[in-house]
Design a protein around this ligand. Structure first.
Ligand SMILES: *Cc1c(COP(=O)(O)O)cnc(C)c1O
Length: 451
């Protein structure tokens, strides 16, 4: 806080409280009590963190989303620890400051007028769609995108008001798109006709996006559909084409650079055909995260930021510029001594020839800790040191080698985080960081930090 202008700061905070629709505010410190006067009944106030800890009953929270934020000297990690004690040991901590950092990093790579669409599909790559969308909304993202209509409905029900594109809407969900002001992607002449017919019959209008297939061969209009597409657009009275885009298949790999350029050129050809019949306001876009770093000259009107926001720079070009946004951690449930010849876990796969010490962790493949990490393929960090997985990962637990560590039940183990490269771990089991992130089960509690 700037000295001498507390009133202005507190009125800003009051506005944020309204925007975020908070049910309850717990304040620590003398100054903050002043906000409370604006929100009678919602406000609890403690002079010091110790007073809050004394009064804190973790049982009063169930299914609540709790944002804990404050200056370092307040030591709010003690509050986080207290709240986490009652939940199962595994948490995914999301650092919203790191998210802001990554968003701004990409924003600086594009022209000031280029719009930012952010992909929050698949539970925002595992990070939690509502909370992350909310944060993006306050940070000034222009657009959000989800894969399926229900993901968009959830965002709307939680007060997200940004425009939302739906990548793969089913025909049956067009009604929901209309009801919740979601903007479906239309990817074929047949689908265009169906959406148009829905609008005509119901006398409704709808904003839609067109996906052009320039080589991905997943969804999208191909060049051969252009004449028909132009005709469909010209005849439709109810549909507004909010944007037209294509998706690059290999922007992250130098190997595919020429193919990416071919895709972009094909997009440019189709764009010039469509522009003639579309309003000026139609947005064109082609670049995903890797595309933003590899082909900055082809930003068009908007870019579509995904994995980069979540802290993984897939091209390696700006690797160290991003911050890891999430830390997956769990705790040790038990420590055991293993004698030579004994085995650990299912199918007797875990062998420590000289014997040793193992720690059992409260995370398994049902939490998203991939079973392919079994038998030394994966490791976790305990006290900053690597502890390799011993034996097969179980459904809800796994065992790691702590022979050289002095550990006890309750100690923390980091599964993914700042000190562990997701790219490295993923390649160790033949997958990509996207899969590791999106596999983290929703039963894992998400805890959000914002300074
Ligand atoms: C998922 C997705 C993106 C984002 O890709 P990243 O590699 O995560 O940046 C962009 N566009 C489309 C069409 C997508 O499906």
């Amino acid at each position: 806080m700037q000295q001498g202008e507390p009133e202005r700061v507190y009125s800003m905070v009051s506005d944020l409280i309204v925007n975020y629709r908070l049910d309850k505010i717990i304040g620590v410190g003398e100054d903050i009590a002043r906000i409370g006067t604006h929100f009678p009944g919602k406000f609890e106030m403690y002079p010091k963190t110790e007073d809050l800890l004394d009064a804190l009953d973790p049982e009063q929270f169930t299914n609540d989303l709790i944002l804990i934020t404050g200056a370092r000297p307040f030591g709010f990690e003690r509050v986080v620890n207290r709240l986490q004690q009652r939940i199962h040991g595994t948490t995914l901590e999301i650092n919203l400051n790191a998210l802001t950092h990554n968003f701004n990093f990409y924003k600086r790579l594009v022209k000031p007028e280029t719009k930012m669409m952010v992909m929050v599909k698949a539970f925002a790559y595992g990070g939690g769609a509502v909370e992350i969308a909310n944060h993006l909304q306050t940070m000034g993202a222009d657009y959000l995108a989800v894969a399926f209509t229900d993901e968009g409905v959830t965002l709307r029900k939680h007060g997200i008001s940004l425009p939302i594109m739906v990548l793969n809407p089913l025909e049956e969900s067009i009604d929901l798109c209309h009801k919740y002001a979601l903007e479906p992607v239309v990817f074929s002449p047949e689908f265009f006709k169906k959406v148009n017919q829905y609008c005509e019959v119901n006398e409704r209008s709808l904003s839609i996006h067109l996906d052009l297939d320039t080589g991905m061969h997943r969804l999208g209009f191909e060049e051969k559909h252009l004449v028909e597409l132009r005709e469909l657009i010209s005849k439709s009275k109810h549909l507004t084409i909010a944007s037209v885009y294509t998706h690059l298949v290999g922007a992250d790999e130098e190997l595919h650079r020429d193919f990416s350029l071919e895709q972009i050129h094909s997009f440019q050809r189709m764009k010039s055909e469509l522009e003639q019949i579309l309003p000026q306001s139609t947005l064109f876009h082609a670049l995903n995260s890797a595309g933003i770093t590899a082909f900055p000259e082809y930003q068009f009107d908007m870019v579509r930021l995904g994995i980069g926001l979540y802290g993984v720079e897939v091209t390696g070009k700006y690797g160290s510029s991003l911050r890891s946004i999430s830390t997956l951690k769990t705790t040790i449930s038990q420590v055991k001594t293993i004698n030579p010849g004994e085995t650990v876990g299912y199918s007797r796969k875990g062998v420590l020839p000289q014997g040793g010490k193992i720690a059992t962790l409260g995370i398994g493949y049902a939490d998203g800790y991939d079973r392919r990490f079994s038998n030394g393929k994966g490791y976790v960090l305990i006290q900053g040191k690597k502890a390799p997985v011993v034996g097969n990962v179980c459904m809800d637990m796994c065992m790691v080698d702590v022979s050289d560590l002095d550990v006890k039940p309750g100690d923390e183990a980091i599964i993914y985080g700042e000190q562990i490269s997701l790219k490295e771990l993923a390649s160790q089991i033949g997958t990509i960081p996207y899969e590791l992130l999106t596999n983290i089960s929703t039963r894992v509690k998400r805890v959000y930090y914002l300074d």
